[in-house]
Design a protein around this ligand. Structure first.
Ligand code: SF4
Length: 185
């Protein structure tokens, strides 16, 4: 775990900690919020509902893992209207996420990466016309799996809110398979 945390910090994240995968609760109401399509990605990506599978299928996938890593980008904003600061934080988070994903997949080829926002690995997602172009680079947002980010942080001793004037972006990597599950994809 120390090695993974060190890699996360080297990749550019501001905080990282262990994730006990048994603490992950999948909430139908979180998943249903995707259906409102406020982000515009519902039904437009393999990483988002309905392309990422039913909630039961997501739950079965989560149950394959025992241990993982929670990572965070923590940005200080000038004020609540600091759009540039928010975009810069999101870019930094995405860059760190891509880098760490590639590194962790070497040690844990069957890992599941759950990011912040819809998959952006391709300029245009192949959904629904063709299979995912790059499953090894693809990632679903935690919310698409019905995960309340704050719940997972609290259950694993990570701060979710870092104070007034900050923006925290959280993602996670499910790394070690549960007992009896093959470590291969
Ligand atoms: S890797 Fe490409 S095709 Fe696959 S989900 Fe991501 S954007 Fe879509």
């Amino acid at each position: 775990m120390e090695k993974w945390i060190a890699r996360a910090l080297e990749a550019g994240f501001d905080a990282a900690g262990p994730l006990d995968c048994s603490t992950i609760i999948l909430r139908p109401e979180v998943r249903e919020a995707c259906g409102k399509n406020t982000c515009g990605r519902y039904g437009r990506s393999w990483s988002c509902p309905p392309g990422c599978g039913s909630l039961d299928e997501c739950a079965a996938l989560i149950r394959r893992y025992a241990l993982g890593l929670i990572v965070q980008t923590i940005a200080r904003l000038e004020d609540e209207f600091d759009g540039e600061g928010m975009v810069a934080a999101a870019d930094r988070h995405a860059q760190s996420f891509r880098r760490l994903s590639r590194e962790l997949r070497i040690d844990c080829p069957g890992m599941l990466a759950l990011g912040t926002g819809s998959c952006s690995a391709c300029d245009r997602c192949s959904y629904p016309d063709a299979a995912c172009r790059n499953p090894l680079e693809a990632s679903s947002p935690m919310e698409a799996f019905g995960i309340m980010v704050g719940d997972v942080c609290r259950a694993n001793g990570m701060e979710y809110y870092h104070g007034k004037g900050t923006l925290t972006l959280t993602a996670c990597f499910l790394l070690e398979p549960a007992a009896g599950v093959s470590p291969e994809p």
